[in-house]
Design a protein around this ligand. Structure first.
Ligand SMILES: Cc1cc2nc3c(=O)[nH]c(=O)nc-3n(C[C@H](O)[C@H](O)[C@H](O)COP(=O)(O)OP(=O)(O)OC[C@H]3O[C@@H](n4cnc5c(N)ncnc54)[C@H](O)[C@@H]3O)c2cc1C
Length: 378
């Protein structure tokens, strides 16, 4: 039976990106996902600069920008006082972008396929044997996929993490819940808008042929006030921040919601396995950073696997955590909704500092080697 170098569980931003890089380097890669191809998932879509740099470096950005508008500024609202921050050029990138997930994930899959990675959708992984492969069930029944290395890119409730008993390095306490809807774009929707007031936030994210309006509160408030009637809650919170935003919400808008989950940083690797994306590192969506993190960590992991050996994998985890830990500090504090406006501005400044550091890191990545051979790792 054919044996892959790497089998990846999960075919969205983390899994498809890792597959793309490994396949370009010459490794044989199979990606399994229980979902159907091209499906949507919960997301408010906002990429930060490091994520856009990665999309540009990998050659995926032009296709993304054909579908979603470039975002040229970010507006922060502190209890009604608006501060506009123009993007400016840095590392060759002068805009952000917020593609719909059914577009972004599909473009990454397409690029990975073009590089030689194989994908099997509607395949649920049932059992993980690190260093040997995974057992999965697809439309034609059960199969065992042999692979030297198993990567869990299977999201917050990662089955791979459970199967390998990945140690939790850190768990955070605070979490937020969000409700959002897509509304027709308006000419004034030129940037991300992050408005904050004591107890709630309202976000505007221009995406593909629509703008996403989002209301965010603590998970406690979400369960007490939002869960019972998300539509009314979205309208109420948007009105608190700007009645004109609430007026844009159609009566029949399709409302999506997420009640929240605490942040969780897991050990990133062990013998024959590694985790990437939310599977290894979940942070509250209030900093809109999960996809940007996933693209950074996909490349850190791919480079470690190409180099091979435990030191390379330890370096993957060390670098991931050097970025994840300070970002988790800021995210967790933001998610409490217990800050003053001046502390909030400080927190945003800290997040911006971390994002500059992260953009500097990914911009320094050199080209990947090609024609790599899998070395025994982990
Ligand atoms: C409400 C909300 C808003 C957000 N907004 C933003 C934002 O604005 N910007 C941002 O950067 N991030 C945002 N995020 C975070 C971002 O969505 C995640 O960080 C990102 O989706 C993580 O990608 P991933 O590939 O690691 O995991 P996922 O996107 O969760 O993908 C995991 C995949 O694994 C598959 N899978 C799981 N188990 C199995 C199995 N047993 N067998 C086979 N397949 C399996 C699933 O089907 C899924 O396709 C938001 C998150 C939420 C919840």
């Amino acid at each position: 039976m054919y044996k892959y170098d790497v089998v990846i569980v999960g075919a969205r931003v983390a899994g498809a990106s890792t597959a793309l890089l490994l396949a370009r380097a010459g490794l044989s890669v199979l990606v399994l996902d229980r979902a159907a191809p091209g499906t949507d998932t919960l997301s408010t879509h906002a990429f930060m600069r490091a994520g856009v740099i990665q999309l540009a470096r990998w050659g995926v950005l032009p296709a993304v920008l054909e579908r979603a508008p470039a975002v040229r500024e970010t507006v922060f609202g502190y209890d009604g006082q608006l501060i506009t921050v123009p993007m400016g050029e840095r590392h060759g990138v002068d805009g952000l972008v917020a593609p719909r997930r059914h577009t972004l994930d599909a473009l990454l899959v397409q690029a990975a396929r073009e590089a030689g990675a194989e994908f099997r959708f509607r395949h649920r992984v049932l059992d993980v044997q690190p260093g040997k492969g995974v057992r999965a069930r697809g439309p034609e029944g059960e199969c065992f996929v042999r692979a030297d290395f198993v990567v869990g890119a299977d999201g917050l409730r990662s089955q791979v993490a459970k199967a390998v008993d990945a140690t939790v390095v850190r768990r955070t306490e605070a979490s937020t819940g969000s409700v959002y809807a897509y509304v027709p774009s308006a000419p004034e929707d030129s940037g991300y808008v992050w408005r904050f007031k004591p107890g709630s936030a309202a976000f505007v994210v221009p995406t593909e042929q629509a703008t996403l309006l989002c209301a965010t509160v603590s998970s406690r408030r979400f369960l007490a006030e939002v869960a019972a009637d998300p539509r009314a809650a979205l309208r109420r919170v948007l009105t608190e921040h700007d009645p004109a935003l609430a007026a844009r919400l159609p009566e029949n808008a399709d409302i999506r919601g997420f009640a929240g989950a605490p942040g969780c940083l897991r050990r990133a690797w062990g013998p024959g396995w590694a985790l990437v994306g939310d599977a290894g590192y979940f942070r509250d969506p209030i900093t809109a950073h999960g996809m940007t993190d996933a693209l950074r960590d996909a490349e850190l992991l791919a480079r470690a696997l190409i180099t091979g050996g435990n030191d390379a994998l330890a370096h993957y985890q060390g670098t991931r955590d050097a970025f994840a830990q300070p970002f988790l500090d800021v995210t967790d504090r933001l998610a409490t909704f217990e800050w003053s406006m001046s502390e909030l501005e400080q927190l945003h400044r800290s997040a911006a500092r971390e994002m500059r550091r992260e953009a500097d890191l990914v911009a320094r990545f050199g080209p990947l080697v090609t024609g790599a051979r899998m070395r025994a790792v982990g």
